[in-house]
Design a protein around this ligand. Structure first.
Ligand SMILES: C[S@@+](CC[C@H](N)C(=O)[O-])C[C@H]1O[C@@H](n2cnc3c(N)ncnc32)[C@H](O)[C@@H]1O
Length: 219
């Protein structure tokens, strides 16, 4: 029987090199806020006895690895990233921390949807959310990590219509957003797709007002 903690420790990621960080997202305040929100929601998450967790845009892999460390090996962990180097680093972060992650290089969920359809119990996304000109979205490895285009919404908005087909009936979706992304509008958009929203945690870090939203199916 695995001994699982009620607090989430930051996974080891000392294997990530300076050269990796020229190409992938270095864990930052937003990554840690998402981990803190998962810790705050741990009882709720465990009650659901998740059997499949999916992180979109896993970057270094610390978020899905952190969740894996408190959920355990009875759950399957799948991640995606558009950047192949991030996928390799995610796999390695999982391995170093004892979590097997099936890490797939793809746009959002394109190459995993058939495998995970209707069975994702925990969905995580810390998207590129910074408001930028649309042309900057997807310009290069590092732009992929932050450039969100108009209202910082261009990447996350493409995911919203697929959430219903990804999540299991008891599924939860955790999304990191910035104030400029207009969280109340996101709540309305997701409501049209059949989801209710709760803000789990908010934090001001420097100039950024960040929040983690949790979506679940409306009854
Ligand atoms: C803000 S970073 C978050 C990284 C990591 N999850 C964390 O919290 O530290 C956003 C991540 O999304 C990835 N990404 C951007 N656009 C994507 C897309 N269309 N499909 C999949 N991943 C994408 C980036 O490569 C980057 O790793």
């Amino acid at each position: 029987m695995e001994e699982l903690s009620n607090t989430i420790r930051t996974p080891t990621y000392s294997h990530i090199t300076k050269e990796d960080l020229d190409h992938i997202y270095e864990p930052a305040e937003d990554s840690f806020l998402l981990i803190d929100a998962l810790e705050k929601d741990l009882d709720l998450i465990r009650e659901r006895k998740p059997s499949l967790c999916l992180e979109i845009g896993s970057g270094s892999g610390i978020v899905i690895t952190a969740l894996g460390s408190v959920i355990g090996s009875q759950c399957r962990y799948v991640s995606t990233d558009i950047n192949p180097r991030a996928c390799n680093v995610t796999r390695e972060t999982g391995r170093l921390n004892g979590i097997h992650i099936h890490s797939v290089c793809t746009d959002l969920v394109s190459d995993v949807i058939d495998d995970v359809k209707g069975s994702v119990d925990i969905l995580l996304f810390n998207p590129p959310y910074v408001v930028t000109p649309s042309e900057e979205v997807g310009e290069g490895d590092l732009e992929y990590t932050w450039a969100g285009g108009k209202h910082g919404r261009e990447v996350m908005d493409r995911l919203f219509p697929s959430v219903d087909s990804l999540l299991s009936l008891k599924g939860l979706f955790y999304l990191l957003v910035l104030k400029e992304n207009d969280p109340s509008d996101i709540e309305q958009v997701m409501s049209k797709f059949g989801f209710s929203c709760t803000c789990v945690l908010s934090r001001r870090t420097g100039p950024e007002n960040l929040s983690v939203l949790r979506f679940f199916r409306q009854r």
